[in-house]
Design a protein around this ligand. Structure first.
Ligand code: HEC
Length: 218
């Protein structure tokens, strides 16, 4: 009886010794590891922004290839010129890449409109936003068809992308699909101002031609 208690005691003491021998005083070091191949769970890697002599510039962070675009990003290559603006007035309907017109997209368009456009254009789209009322901006048009007879979905998209006059470009803040959602909402405000139904033929499938999708902009 006594003997077996002694044996158990010695075994406990020995295993405590083995376990504690793995400890390291330096908390940032792993200490001794009882694993044959430590690469299995502590694999060699470069930590974010760690210096590295693997590359000539001494940093481990690499730039993406030139022309890399984020996932889900669509390109718009119409330049910020009067010609491109006038051409957009001639194009009727939405291109294929625009999100389809439905309740959810219209609601999202409204949310984004309130965030990005409302201050100048006003909740109703009549050009009486906060900044206009405070006298900070002038010349903000109402969206109705008397004031802007020729605007089309594509021209509105063009203007959101590049800006016009004192209105700045919103390409950096609003991704392409969301700009189309705002276009849908602007046209619903326009219909309300005009006192008409939103035209049904506004969703036309006009495919973006091949040469329209080459360069990267906005
Ligand atoms: C800083 C104020 C300001 C903001 C913010 C602003 N706009 Fe404008 N917007 C203007 C002004 C000013 C004009 C008139 C530009 C001109 O014709 O010189 C204009 C013109 C327009 C036009 C008519 C363009 C045409 O073809 O004549 C549309 C459509 C439009 N804005 C939509 C938007 C939308 C959508 C947003 C939000 C994404 C927005 N604007 C944000 C000030 C603003």
């Amino acid at each position: 009886m006594n003997r077996s208690i002694n044996v158990i005691f010695v075994m406990i003491a020995l295993s405590a010794l083995v376990v504690s021998s793995a400890c390291s005083r330096d908390k940032s070091k792993p200490g001794r590891e009882f694993m044959a191949d430590t690469d299995m769970y502590r694999n060699p890697k470069v930590k974010t922004y760690e210096a590295s002599n693997l590359f000539s510039d001494g940093t481990s962070a690499r730039l993406p290839e030139e022309g890399t675009v984020p996932r889900g990003y669509t390109t718009y290559n119409k330049p910020n010129t009067n010609e491109a603006y006038f051409a957009s007035l001639e194009k009727k309907g939405y291109p294929d890449i625009a999100p389809k017109k439905n309740e959810a997209n219209l609601k999202e368009g409204e949310r984004l409109y309130i965030r990005f456009c409302n201050n100048c254009h006003g909740v109703k789209g009549d050009g009486n936003g906060n900044l206009v009322e405070q006298g900070k901006f002038a010349g903000v048009p109402t969206y109705d068809s008397q004031r802007l007879p020729d605007i089309t979905p594509q021209s509105i998209f063009h203007v959101i992308t590049h800006g016009k006059g004192v209105m700045g470009s919103h390409a950096a803040q609003i991704q392409s699909a969301d700009r189309w959602r705002i276009v849908q909402y602007v046209l619903s405000l326009r219909a309300e101002l005009d006192g008409v139904e939103v035209e049904d033929d506004q969703v036309e499938d006009e495919a973006v031609s091949e040469d329209d999708s080459e360069e990267t902009e906005g």
